[in-house]
Design a binder for this molecule. Structure first.
Ligand SMILES: Nc1ncnc2c1ncn2[C@@H]1O[C@H](COP(=O)(O)OP(=O)(O)OP(=O)(O)O)[C@@H](O)[C@H]1O
Length: 581
C-alpha cells in the first residue's frame, strides 16, 4: 500500500490562509477584544444620560450620535457587545453540555437512555422556540441569563442528534472493540476515541448556533421582552426603530453589528469545516497525489493477436482508493488488449484486482476508487477524456454488463418487461409496441420458455437462472460490441451455470461479441475464453492463449492455481454405510 503523509499545519494557521476564514476570524477576534476590553475604555458610561445629546447626530463627543435618552450610542454598543456575546455563550454552552453528553451516552451505551433521550430530543425539537421563550420570560422574569439558559436547553437536541449519529457510526469500529478488549474504561474510550470523531461537526454546529442565539436574543430585546436594565444590541435596535423617522442612523449601527457578526460566524464555521477536512481532523480526509508503488510488480502485457482489430486497449492502468492521507493501490500497471470477437478472461484468487479492472473499463469504480495512471481506449477512443454522459451512453449501447448477482441487479419494484423495454425506447427510440416486441424476441432468444408471461413478472417471481438470462438479454439488447461479464455464473447452481455458459457462447458466435470475462473458475475459462490473463495482487503475472496457458503454465502462481484444482485428485470412493441409532 502506498501511503503518503503530508506535513500537518495547525488548523489555525490554515484558517488564516483561507481568505474567507481570515476575514471572518479577524472580525470575530476584533469583536472579542471589544467585548473584553471595550467596557473599560469607552468614553461614556453605557447608562450616562446627557439631555443635550438626545438623538444627536454622529460627530463631536458622540462618534455615533446619541440615543433617545441622550446616552452615547458608541459606548452602549460596545458594552452591549459584551452582554450579547456573553448571553449567546451561555445558551451555546448549556446546549453543548447537555446535548454532547446525552448524545455520547445514548449513542455509545444505547439501551433505555438511548430511547428516552431520543424521544426527549424529538419532543424539544418540535416545540416552537420563540413561544417557549416568551412563556419562560413571563414565568421567570426578564433576566437575559435565565432566558438564555432556557434557550440552551431548546438548542441541546441539535448537539444530541449530531453527536448521537457520529457515535453510532464509530461504535461498531474494530478499534473501539480493541480499546474495550484492552481494558480502557468507557469514559476513556469516549474521551480518547469517540470525542475525536464528533469534534469537527460539533465545532461547526457551535458556530451556527452562536449566530442563532445572537439573533434570538436581539429579537427578544427588540420586541421589548428582554432585560431592559442592560444595554443589548436588540435593545439599541428597538430604540432606533422607535425613532426611525427622526434618526434612521440609530438603527443602522446595531443592525450592521448583528448582521456582520452572524455572517462572520457562519463564514468562520464554513472555513473551519474546510480546513478540518483537509488536515485530517475529520473523517473525510483529502489524500495527497497518488504515487506508483516502488515494490509493485509490473504486469505482463496481454496483446490481442495481430489478426484481430483491437477493440479494447488498456495501457499501464493503475487503480487506487483514497485511504486517510494516502492511497491503497489495487491495480498496478496493467496492460491488456482485447480484439474484436475475442473473449478474454481475467482469472486469479479473490482480491487480485479482476473486478477493479472490469469496473474501470465500465467506468463504474466505487466511491473513493480512481484510475490514477494509464489509459483505457475503446474502439480507438480514450475513455478518460469522455464526459460522464458520453461514458454512460457508451456503457449502455456499446458495452454491455452481465453481473455476478442477477437478483440484486434487477429493480424489485418493476416488471421484467419494463426493465427491458426502457433502454430500448430511450436508446433506440423504439415505440412502446416496438420495444415490447423486441424484448419478447430477446427473452425467447436467451431461452426463457414463456416470454409473454415472464415479461409481466416481477424479479421475485422468477428464478436466479431466469434472472441471469433476463440480464443477459438486457446486456445484448442494444447490440453492444463488448460484454463485461463479472463472474456471470457464480451465483447459479451447476446445471444452470452450464446453460448460461452455453448461451453466452452462442451469443458470442452469433453476434461477434468481444468479452471481458472475470472469473475464478478455470472451467469457465476453458469453456468460453480465447485468451486469459492470470492476476495476482493487482498485476497480471501471466497472459496468453487459453490453450497455451493451460498446456504450459509458466508462472509459479499459475501453476499453483492449477495445482489447487481438485479435478485430478483421487476420488474418495463411495461413502461407508453408517449405523444410525
Ligand atoms: N471500496 C474499496 N475500497 C478499498 N479497497 C477496495 C475497495 N473495493 C475493493 N478493494 C480492494 O481491491 C482489491 C481488489 O478487489 P477486486 O474486487 O478487484 O478483487 P477480485 O479479484 O475481483 O476478487 P473477487 O474474486 O473476490 O471479486 C482487494 O484488495 C479489495 O480489498
Amino acid at each position: 500500500m502506498t501511503s503518503v503523509n503530508h506535513g500537518r499545519r495547525p488548523v489555525a494557521a490554515r484558517l488564516i490562509r483561507n481568505p474567507l476564514g481570515a476575514v471572518a476570524s479577524a472580525y470575530l477576534a476584533l469583536l472579542a477584544l471589544v467585548a473584553v476590553v471595550g467596557p473599560f475604555v469607552v468614553p461614556f458610561g453605557a447608562d450616562e444620560v446627557d439631555l443635550g445629546s438626545v438623538l444627536a447626530p454622529p460627530g463631536g463627543d458622540h462618534l455615533l450620535g446619541g440615543d433617545s435618552a441622550g446616552r452615547d450610542v458608541l459606548s452602549r454598543l460596545v458594552v452591549a457587545t459584551s452582554v450579547s456575546l456573553a448571553g449567546a455563550f451561555v445558551a451555546v454552552a448549556v446546549a453543548a453540555v447537555i446535548g454532547v453528553t446525552s448524545g455520547l451516552i445514548a449513542g455509545y451505551r444505547l439501551g433505555w437512555f438511548d430511547l428516552v433521550s431520543n424521544w426527549f430530543a424529538g419532543a424539544v425539537l418540535s416545540l416552537p422556540a420563540i413561544v417557549v421563550l416568551l412563556a419562560a420570560r413571563a414565568v421567570i422574569g426578564p433576566s437575559i441569563w435565565a432566558i438564555m439558559v432556557v434557550f440552551g436547553v431548546i438548542l441541546a437536541p441539535s448537539y444530541h442528534r449530531i453527536v448521537y449519529g457520529a457515535v453510532q457510526g464509530v461504535r461498531a469500529e474494530l478499534y473501539i472493540d480493541a480499546a474495550r478488549v484492552a481494558g480502557l474504561s468507557d469514559l476513556r474510550i469516549l474521551g480518547r476515541h469517540v470525542l475525536t470523531v464528533v469534534r469537527a461537526p460539533a465545532i461547526l454546529l457551535t458556530a451556527g448556533l452562536f449566530s442563532v442565539a445572537i439573533a434570538i436574543q436581539a429579537s427578544l430585546d427588540f420586541l421589548g421582552v428582554g432585560d431592559s436594565s442592560l444595554p443589548t444590541w436588540g435593545g439599541i435596535l428597538s430604540d432606533g426603530f422607535t425613532n426611525i423617522s427622526r434618526t434612521p442612523l440609530l438603527m443602522i449601527w446595531p443592525s450592521a453589528v448583528i448582521a456582520l457578526t452572524c455572517l462572520a460566524l457562519n463564514l468562520f464555521g464554513t472555513a473551519l469545516r474546510d480546513e478540518l477536512e483537509q488536515t485530517g481532523d475529520s473523517p473525510r480526509r483529502r489524500a495527497d497525489a497518488w504515487q506508483p508503488q516502488q515494490e509493485a510488480a509490473s504486469s505482463i502485457v496481454h496483446a490481442a493477436s495481430d489478426a484481430r482489430e483491437k477493440l479494447v486497449e488498456i495501457d499501464g492502468l493503475a487503480v487506487a482508493y483514497r485511504q486517510g492521507t494516502g492511497w491503497k493501490t489495487v491495480v498496478h500497471e496493467l496492460s491488456l488488449e482485447i480484439g474484436r470477437g475475442e473473449v478474454h478472461a481475467l482469472i486469479g484468487e479473490s482480491g487480485s484486482g479482476k473486478t477493479q479492472t472490469a469496473w474501470s473499463v465500465l467506468g463504474l469504480l466505487p466511491e473513493g476508487g480512481e484510475i490514477v495512471a494509464g489509459s483505457i481506449r475503446f474502439d480507438g477512443r480514450d475513455l478518460s477524456g469522455l464526459h460522464e454522459n458520453e461514458r454512460a451512453r457508451l456503457r449502455g449501447r456499446r458495452i454491455g454488463y452481465v453481473p455476478q448477482e442477477p437478483m440484486s441487479n434487477l429493480d424489485p419494484a418493476r416488471t421484467v418487461g419494463a426493465q427491458l423495454t426502457e433502454p430500448l425506447r430511450l436508446a433506440l427510440g423504439l415505440s412502446r409496441s416496438g420495444a415490447r416486441g423486441r424484448a419478447l424476441e430477446l427473452l425467447a432468444r436467451v431461452g426463457i420458455a414463456d416470454p409473454q408471461r415472464t415479461f409481466r413478472l416481477y424479479p421475485h417471481q422468477i428464478s436466479g437462472g431466469m434472472a441471469q438470462r433476463v440480464l443477459i438479454a438486457g446486456a445484448v439488447s442494444l447490440e453492444p460490441d463488448l460484454i463485461v461479464a463479472d463472474e456471470p455464473t457464480t451465483a447459479l447452481d451447476v446445471t444452470v451455470q452450464a446453460e448460461i455458459l452455453e448461451l453466452l457462447r452462442e451469443l458470442r458466435a452469433e453476434r461477434g461479441l468481444s468479452m471481458l470475462l472475470v472469473t475464478h473458475n478455470f472451467g469457465v475459462v476453458a469453456d468460453l475464453a480465447d485468451s486469459v490473463s492470470v492476476m495476482r495482487d493487482g498485476a497480471i503475472v501471466e497472459s496468453g492463449a487459453v490453450a497455451d496457458v493451460f498446456a504450459d503454465p509458466r508462472h509459479p502462481y499459475t501453476r499453483g492455481l492449477f495445482d489447487a484444482l481438485l479435478d485430478d485428485a483421487p476420488a474418495r470412493g463411495p461413502l461407508e454405510p453408517m449405523e444410525l441409532s
